[in-house]
Ligand binder design. Structure first.
Ligand code: ZN
Length: 265
């Protein structure tokens, strides 16, 4: 699932391809993804900019904000209008190109909001700040109330936005905190280290084009952070710091990788 760095990379791609273009028509091939009323409102709108918040893309249109979440497999690409892929579910006919939303799993979502309502109603009203903007006292107060493992807390978009399964593992490794450590037992210093590690890892991941390999054509800047992963997907490999074998456990159903020596309970 794309996390903040991957969504940021997608927004850069969309800015390059779609900013300034007007939506002249839309073909919806999977009606649950976009209803007719939304489709009609979108026609004639110009894409003035593309912003991100956590894992959400926000198309800033003339009169509305279109909020797009890629979920598991969603991706955007530009291609020949005559070639329709089986999993192209929403096709945007723009001023001089065709932008396709492709989603094998069909979990992606579109929400259209009046500009004044964008952050007042879900999904964005429920979203916490990203690590870049979050305030230590707010973050620490939120985790002090929780008795869940810290790994689970980092995935909670209402507490901190943009972190998913891959980067949560990398952040906790860098912060030297065990993923099962109960949130309300963390010190303020550890909370601060988590925020600092989050900023460092997400920034480096953005520079390297994220971790997930996307199929749209900007390959040279996509997916290179895979080489920098320290623990995620490294089960049984030696830790790059201490040579202990990397462990793999499930935390709240999610595969979790850690070093039992570097990340003591
Ligand atoms: Zn280690």
């Amino acid at each position: 699932m794309p996390e903040l760095p991957e969504v940021f990379v997608v927004s850069k791609f969309l800015k390059k391809e779609a900013k300034g273009q007007t939506i002249e028509d839309i073909v919806v091939r999977y009606s649950k993804m976009m209803d007719e009323s939304m489709r009609k409102k979108l026609i004639g709108q110009t894409i003035n900019d593309i912003e991100t918040h956590g894992k959400y893309l926000i198309f800033k249109l003339t009169d509305y904000d279109l909020i797009s979440h890629l979920r598991m497999e969603g991706k955007y690409y530009v291609s020949d209008p005559d070639v329709i892929n089986k999993h192209d579910h929403v096709i945007f006919y723009l001023t001089d190109k065709v932008l396709k939303y492709n989603d094998v799993r069909k979990f992606g979502t579109f929400d259209l909001r009046e500009k004044s309502q964008t952050y007042k109603i879900p999904p964005l009203s429920k979203l916490a700040k990203e690590p870049f903007e979050i305030d230590l006292d707010t973050f620490y107060a939120a985790i002090k109330k929780r008795r869940s493992p810290i790994k689970t807390i980092l995935l909670n978009q209402g507490i901190i936005a943009g972190i998913g399964n891959i980067y949560a593992d990398e952040i906790l490794f860098q912060a030297k905190i065990h993923p099962l450590k109960i949130a309300n037992t963390l010190t303020k210093k550890q909370a601060q280290t988590i925020i600092a590690s989050s900023i460092d890892i997400l920034t480096r991941a953005i520079k390297k084009g994220g971790t997930t390999i996307f199929s749209f054509k900007s390959d040279e800047e996509v997916g290179w952070f895979t080489q920098d992963l320290m623990v995620h997907t490294k089960a049984n490999e030696p830790c790059k710091i201490c040579q202990t074998k990397i462990g793999k456990i499930k935390v709240n159903g999610r595969s979790t990788y850690f070093c039992s020596h570097c990340q003591r309970m």
